[in-house]
Write a protein that binds this ligand. Structure first.
Ligand SMILES: *Cc1c(COP(=O)(O)O)cnc(C)c1O
Length: 399
């Protein structure tokens, strides 16, 4: 790639591709966005970086206040770090230390979900499902507990969801004294195959976590900033987690950065006059001013330009087109917000797809046996239809 503009990626060899996956789900406003470029340059002309220890600055304070304003009620404190994986590490450290700080001992295990993905650092791997990413380290990972998501998708029957929450309750009843937190990707598990599940599960799980003294952690690194049709996936369930992680689209793909938000109850447990109770995690680039400035600009574009309506439109186009995809090789079609995924019967069905899509002017990369799109929100109807046509043409020719 040598340059970009809107959803287009211009390559050295003269080809141009429509980005169908927002560069790993981050580039929500497309490439080379004038207002984002300007925000970055304005900040760069003041100062590009300063340590956050013993010093602070307006981009950090404004971004923290903005994140508190737009995220679910009750998440009142923000810890900045460099990437989604580190944001998850911070969330898990907070969870484990929180119980120590308030006088509970032995609450250190984490519950996570099958097919979950939370990043590539060690503790993030421990709460992610086994995959090509974790395999080489399986003998050193200290696994916690792993549960299944409820079947039936977003609109699952309450009785079906109850089977899954009953399993959660049984585990909590038996082991809560050892458990610090339950971490989930709310509503959609992305890297694990775009599995969508019912908000009812999150509602009941919220109640159970409170009842059994376990922190509920939402990893919204992929789902945050509108991807599922709500600004945050937590809104589908109307619940507030104790801790929430944001990354990827936070800076619209301009800079690596993440935010771990927490409730006042969690935050207060770390206050004290010495380092004993403090959260001793201090990334060099925490709240980097360039990252904060561009994130603030991104959020104001989302709010001012009615992005949720754009995402709604993307959802209806994806659903309408998916209806016309027919092939015996399709196992399931799943979509929500600006996410569409077609699960194929095996990964072999998709071998050669990357080359095929590039020949037809589209940048898509299947994950295993799942062909998916997660376009930038600024995509035009015509560009979106081009991506969907390429997916359809490939699928229809599978024998
Ligand atoms: C991508 C992702 C991460 C890791 O973020 P990085 O910035 O790649 O470290 C964590 N959780 C979820 C849900 C993700 O999709």
């Amino acid at each position: 790639m040598v340059s970009g503009e809107g959803v287009m990626m211009h390559l050295e060899d003269g080809r141009s591709l429509i980005d169908g996956i927002s560069s790993w789900w981050a580039v929500i406003h497309g490439y080379n966005h004038p207002a984002l470029n300007a925000a970055l340059l304005t900040q760069a002309n003041k100062f590009a970086h300063v340590m956050l220890g013993g010093m602070t600055h307006n981009p950090a304070l404004d971004l923290a206040a903005t994140l508190v304003r737009i995220t679910p009620e009750g998440l009142n404190h923000v810890f900045f770090s460099d990437s989604g994986s580190i944001g998850v590490e911070v969330a898990l450290k907070m969870s484990i230390q929180y119980w120590k700080n308030i006088g509970y001992n032995g609450k250190s295990k984490i519950i996570s979900l099958k097919n979950g993905y939370h990043g590539d650092t060690f503790k993030a791997m421990e709460v992610s499902d086994d995959s090509d990413f974790t395999r080489a380290f399986s003998d050193v990972l200290r696994r916690g507990y792993i549960l299944d998501i409820p079947e039936g998708g977003f609109d699952a029957d309450a009785a079906v969801v109850k089977q899954a929450t009953d399993k959660l309750e049984a585990l909590l009843q038996r082991e809560h004294q050892n458990i610090a937190a339950f971490i989930v990707e709310p509503i959609v598990q992305c890297a694990g195959g775009f599995n969508i599940y019912s908000p009812l599960y999150l509602k009941t799980a919220r109640e159970l976590c409170t009842k059994y003294n376990v922190l509920f952690v939402f990893d919204e690194v992929a789902t945050g900033f509108g991807r599922t049709g709500k600004l945050f996936a937590a809104e589908h369930a109307g619940v507030t987690p104790d801790i929430m992680i944001l990354g990827k689209a936070l800076t619209a793909g301009y800079m690596g950065h993440a935010a771990t938000l927490a409730t006042s109850a969690v935050f207060d447990s770390f206050l004290g006059d010495n380092y004993e109770k403090a959260l001793m995690h201090g990334p060099t680039f925490m709240a980097n001013p360039l990252a904060c400035a561009v994130a603030l600009q991104s959020i104001s574009i989302i709010e001012e330009e009615q992005y949720l309506q754009k995402i709604d439109k993307i959802q209806s186009i994806i659903r309408e087109q998916f209806d016309s995809f027919t092939s015996p090789a399709i196992v399931a079609k799943r979509s929500i917000g600006a996410i569409g995924a077609i699960e194929m019967k095996d990964a072999a069905c998709l071998s050669g797809f990357k080359e095929f899509s590039q020949q037809h002017g589209v940048w898509l990369r299947p994950i295993g046996n799942v062909l998916y799109l997660m376009p930038p929100y600024i995509i035009s109807e015509k560009e979106l239809l081009t991506i969907l046509q390429v997916m359809k043409d490939w699928i229809q020719q599978i024998k």
